[in-house]
Write a protein that binds this ligand. Structure first.
Ligand SMILES: [Zn+2]
Length: 82
């Protein structure tokens, strides 16, 4: 519950792009600007790592196998239905 609260407060703090529809599958996504200056399509839900998933953090860093204390968005490509 505490973790969920933290995620919600971070979600309001962290600036991210407006919600758009993925042209391929129609899911709601948003773009996070990476350190390379690219716009990465990401899932809307901010979440913690589990040492398995890839997360794009607030600072735009893409972290593979993100640790449990890292917060970020999962790239949409793993979820795209087509
Ligand atoms: Zn998609």
């Amino acid at each position: 519950m505490q973790a969920e609260k933290k995620i919600n407060s971070y979600q309001t703090m962290i600036g991210h792009g407006p919600h758009v529809l993925c042209p391929t599958c129609g899911s709601q996504i948003h773009f996070v600007t990476t350190t390379a200056g690219k716009k990465m399509p990401c899932q809307l839900q901010l979440e913690y790592g589990d040492r398995k998933k890839t997360l794009v953090t607030n600072s735009g860093r893409t972290v593979v196998k993100a640790a449990e204390n890292m917060l970020g968005y999962q790239p949409h490509w793993g979820f795209c239905k087509r």
